[in-house]
Design a protein around this ligand. Sequence first.
Ligand SMILES: Cc1ncc(COP(=O)(O)O)c(C=O)c1O
Length: 410
Amino acid sequence: MLPDLPEPLPPPRDPEEGQPRLKRLEEVLLRHAREQEVSDRRWIPIPDGIQDLYEQAGRPRPLFRAFRLEEALGTPARLYYKAEFYSPTGSHKVNTALAQAWYAREEGYTRVATETGAGQWGTAVAYASALMGLDAVVYWVRNVYEWKVDRRGFMKTYGADVVASPSERTTVGKGVLKENPDHPGSLGIAVSEGLEEAQREEGTIYCLGSVLNHVLLHQTIIGLETKAQLERAEEVPDVMISCVGGGSNFGGFILPFVPEALKEGGIRFLATQSEAAPNLQGEYRYDYADHAELTPMLKMYTLGHQKDLQPIMGDGLRYHGAAPILSLLRSKGLIDTLAYPADERHVFQRAQSFIATEGFLPAPESAYSVAGAIDEALICKESGEEKVIVFNISGHGLLDIPAYREKLGI
Ligand SMILES: Cc1ncc(COP(=O)(O)O)c(C=O)c1O
């Protein structure tokens, strides 16, 4: 995507004062990831080894027409959803976890450190590391760690070391706990803890699950498949919708459509979020990607890297910043955004309509995509427009039943 952006992407930079972060990041990020981060090549081949892993992980994944949902809504719109929930661990996160773990083994690392919010990324890393014979340590936002007991067990089954964040294992975690022993945790803090661990421990690499260019690149497999599938169905999308935390599933879904849309228009890209963390409605400026300011500064839409954000059930969407590539596109008016109320009732009710017609249980984060698609389809019902609405369901919610129970009172 980099050579096709309307203007060059503002590069990451060091703050005016203090330690150089860019240099330090070089020591903890994969060489392949760093190269891909700045590559201006339009196509980067997927190594055969990663293609084999993708095949085993269920790629290509289906794109379904939501006939029953359309009928129940009485909308003239045609709805299509990409089934990223056809995934061994539950979500799209395996697309980049498998790539990063494969590169990590190629580069001679033995251990991976990471953060996770919803736990989907942590599980994907645990799975990919197990397949590649690597150890994994996962710093998991505490409030989610506490209620997703079964997903925690799932991660551990792969052999991962799973730590509630903030933790006593790092200087960053200890500092946060000293100020507030009951801190619910945040993705920004979990990133800081994972980075600290990767810097400290020999043979350990840090893998990030969202935001950065190389992560979005790995996720473009979603959009590339969707494009081919829509062509086969002889459909052209009018609206593409998905949820945004840091932006990896939305980015991967829309980016293959963006170069043409920049030239010819025609597609509306809609990012759904929570009012608890509407980062795409924040300020477009340089900010840190983590709480403790260990990362370089990225030019992105941000709510502020140390802002307290209220926990939600779709906690994978609770992050202060949006991917720099998406932020640039938003600053140019190419991405619309819609933030749903933080009580999440509307979003879960929409997910229930989806389950009752299509049969699949979306992850809480993906319920935001479903809500966006249904609300758009109902607007079409009012106007009579026969729009083609394509949305991405980034994960399943089979391990998130407590959230459905609480929000729907079932
Ligand atoms: C299922 C699912 N979808 C979406 C997200 C949001 O992340 P991103 O914006 O990187 O896709 C998460 C994050 O944890 C997730 O678990």
